[in-house]
Structures are given as C-alpha cells and as structure tokens.
Design a protein around this ligand. Sequence first.
Ligand code: FAD
Length: 577
Amino acid sequence: MEIKSITPALSVAAQMQVQDFGIAASQGFKSIIYLRPDNESNDQPAREELQAAAEANGMSWAWIPVVPGQISDENIDEFGALLNDLPGPVLSFCRTGTRAATLWALVEAGKLSADKILEVTAAAGYDLSALKGRLTTVSADQDDSVPSVGRSHDVIIVGGGAGGLACASSLLKRQPDLDIAVIEPRSEHYYQPGWTLVGGGVFDRSKTVRPMVDYIPKEATWYQTAAATFQPQHQALTLEDGQVLGYKALVVAPGLQLNWEAVKGLKEALGSNGITSNYHYDMAPYTWELVQSTRKGKAVFTQPPMPIKCAGAPQKAMYLSCDEWLRQGVLKDIDVDFCTATPGLFGVKDYVPALMEYVKKYGINLNFQTNLVEVDAASKTAHFKQTNAEGEVSDIEKSFDMLHVCPPQKAPDFIAKSPLADAAGWVEVSPETMQHVTYGNIFAVGDAGNMPNAKTAAAVRKQAPVVAENVLQVLKGNSPHAVYDGYGSCPLTVERGKIVLAEFGYGGKLLPSFPNWMLDGRKPTRAAWLMKEKMMPWLYYDAMMRGVEWLAEPKILPVSPAAHEASVALDCNRDKK
Ligand code: FAD
C-alpha cells in the first residue's frame, strides 16, 4: 500500500486490503474515509470487512459512496464535514486515490487558489489540472477553459453497458478499422434484465455478470476510468483522472443513476429487516430468500415516479412472489400491496387487462399516486405521500414483513451538470436520430438520453444500430439518415412460466415483433417466457453485444431526417394554401 500525503491532516491511498489497516494505524492514522460504492468491481473487498479491520485497529470509520466521475455537491460537503469532525490524521481511499484527492481539492476550492490546490495534489502524484475550471468558479459547473487534449479517437463511447457496447460493436461491424475508445470504470458487465429472474428464484445471479474485458470489442481502446466533464465546443472530454481525450464523434451511454438516497432510511436498510430490491445485483438473491421465508403477514412492492428503467420490473417482482406464495398455499395469509407513484398500473393501456387478471387472481391491493418517501427499518414501516384525485397530498404508512423497493431514478449527476443536458438532466437529443440538438457530432444511446421511449435493453437493441449508422454518416460529413421508432419492450413475468410481452414505440403504438397468431403480447404466453428465460441472455450477450442486429435493422430514410421533416412541413404549408 502506498500512502500519499496531501496535508498533515489528510493522506490518500488506492484500494486498501484488510491487512493494510494495521500498517495505517501504526503510522498514526486515527480515521479512515472510504469512498467506493459497494459492488463497484469484483476484486473489491466487502465493505463490512474493511470497516471491521479499521475498527479492530482502533481507527474511526466513515463511508461516502462516490460514484466515479459523478462527484456531487453533497459528496463534497460530506467529505468536508468528516475532515472537520473525525479525529485526525485521516486516511481516505478509493480505487486509485483520485476520488479522495479530488474531493479534498473541491473542499478547498475558494479557500486556497486553484493553482495552489493543483500544486499540492500534483506533488502527491495526482494531476487534477482538468478540475481547474471547477476549482476557480467554486461551483459544480463545467470547465470552460481550453483543454490540452492528449490522445484523440474517431469515436469515444462513454459507458460500457448495454448501449455503449452494442453501439461499439455495430460501429465496428460497419467499419472495422474505426478508431473507437470506450470509457468504462467497471470490471464487470451486468445483464440487468436477468435480475428479475434472480429475485424470482429462476436464475443464479452469477448468470447476470460477465467480465467487461470479454465484451469490450478487441479493436477498441478501453479506458478503465470514468468520464467526468465534457468540453463539446473543443470536441473533448475529461476523465476522472484528469486526462483529456479528443474525438470526432461522441456517443454518450452512461445509463441512469439509481437514487437510493431520495428515500429516507432506505440505503442503510437494504438487505435486512425484510427490505430488498431487484434493482441491486447484491439484493436480488435476498428477494428470493424473503419470498421463501415469508409465510404470512404483509408484503409491500413500490414503484417511484417515472422515468425508471424497465417500468414493469417493480410489478414483475410482485407477480413472481405472489405466484410462489400461491404455489406454496400461503398467499391467502399474505396481504399484498402495490404502491406506485404513477396514476395507473402500466403506461400502455392494451396490456392492462391481462395484468388486472393477475392483480385479481393474487388479491393485490393497488395504491396509485402513492410514493415511497421513507423506510423505518426498525419498526418495519414504509411511509408514503399519497395524492388524491383533487391533487391533495396526505401522509400514509404501511407496516410490512417484506418490502420490495424500486428506487427513484435520475440522470447521472455528471450528465445533468454538463452542457449536453436538457432541463431534467438527460442528454438532449432528437428522438428519431438520437443526435444531440446542439452538438451535431454527439449522440446518446440508452437510458441517459431524453428520448421518450421505455428505458430498456430492448430499446437499446434497436437504438444502437441507428446511432452507429448516424455516427458514420456524420464522420463522412453527411446528415444522419437512420431513424428510431421508439421501440421498447417489457416482458411482464406474471407467473413462473408465463409472460405478458409488452412491445411498443413512441406514443404507445404497439410494435409486436411477431404476428399475433404466433405470439399475442397482450395475453400471458409460455412462448414469451421461454424467450425471456432461454433466449434473451443469448440474444443479449452473443448477438446484441457482438453487433448481430437480429430484428434490429435500422430504418434508413432515402433523404436525411431533417430534409424529410422540412419537406413534410413544406407539403403541409402547401396544403394549407
Ligand atoms: P447500463 O446498461 O446501465 O450501462 C451504463 C454503463 O455506463 C455502466 O456500465 C456504468 O458503469 C457506465 N458509466 C456510468 N457512469 C460513467 C462515467 N461517468 N463514465 C464512464 N462510464 C460510466 N430491459 C429490458 O429490455 N428488459 C427487461 O426485462 C429489463 N428488466 C430490467 C430489470 C431490472 C431490475 C433492471 C435494473 C433493469 C432492467 N432492464 C430491462 C433495463 C436495462 O437493463 C437498461 O435499460 C439497460 O441496461 C440500459 O442500458 P445503458 O447502456 O443505457 O445503461
């Protein structure tokens, strides 16, 4: 372990192992601040073990889960408060030490000059020059100074999730010699749609994670770090470690941010006292444990305000739980509540009748416009704000034996604060071409974009080829020519063995992949279940991630979408005359 001194009161280090804490104590450190979120990578020791080792060596312990590249104002305030309050000297660590050094720099912004801060961190081995703008303005705004660009690539893709990697493969399929870089801090790639089946006892969670290195195309350069800020006016972006990269075209695909903190008491409570969530890799197995151990009492399933990824997932967890309880003959002894912040059960009305059949079959109490705001783990009580038809809001509470929570979701902080964002924080793009409305060489794919589609991997499967086509057009100096119809899909697992397969596009238009005689998505079918259980993991890992565009050929317009829109407008005006 290499300890780097920032000030006499604070030193920083890369990931510590359990045995390192004795060394830290012997060097006089009194407190530890750990900065990595749980489950950031597979080689990360369990946080509980690290805390136990710190405390066993007589040091105070604090934890701030700082998402790489997404240092929030709250993170900075909390770090500053801990430096004030904890007994010193303090040792803070993350994956490389960069987050710790950066947090110190941001705490000191406005107190010390930017040059001084950068001199101190550089002496400790951290080049944070990319932070200069943020340090100077003493705000979380973007850096407007002209960056000194290091390496450049034809295309940079931010995010190695479903959208980023599908797009990288689709680009390389079309132009194998394209110089692509992927920015992705994680060592693991998650197949998130599988987590519903983990929570339903169908999949082991190991089926939903694979090494990132196996899925980043070999031809691409992988920067295993986070993107921090964008300088689109200079065709550049800055990484968390301060490196500045240039690009000809940029694809933004960092997904969305689960906002566990928005529900008071939730984060600390997850994983104990009957509180779980399939939205967390570590928690999905606990959902299944709870389903098996709950034999009577109250079960509450929650859904936050939209937008969320896979809007059906909160219900899927509930139906699979009820199905198991029915099979075990205990459902009659369990009161099941669905509390959703939305005004209805599902956004596309064609699928509601089939879902309502299951709501009746399982005896589920539906509570609309009922938003979870607080969880009291000790008393096993969930607190909600409920809005009635007149718009009046009241506080209600529900006790539970099992609580499955879908967390509130938002755009990643580093996107929301960037010049790429719309007022709500999402990357502001055309819903058809996914080209940024201001910066023509920037595109979004996946959950981070502000396209009004259902945020799903199924949507990404159709978006990635469209974005690949359009990026290549832009690189040739042409306008985008491929369009996305808003397709998204939600396989609602209404019972073990049957699925209501919702497939729809913009405006709720049904877009079934198969003719009704083969598979009618408005009815529960075994065929759709077999697809989800047996075929989808293959389709995801071996087709979508590899640039095989099965049932996802992009629609190419003979003229550019902009020209198409202009000619439609011209025709309309002619008609009016
Ligand atoms: P992600 O796949 O989440 O990937 C984002 C990537 O960006 C991550 O690897 C992250 O580490 C990286 N990143 C974040 N910040 C940075 C940064 N600063 N710099 C660089 N990289 C960064 N979809 C379906 O189609 N069908 C389903 O049945 C389904 N069920 C679901 C069930 C659950 C419980 C969940 C959680 C999701 C489900 N989904 C489903 C949704 C689907 O998984 C997402 O919509 C899809 O993964 C979105 O892809 P993405 O690339 O936008 O984001």
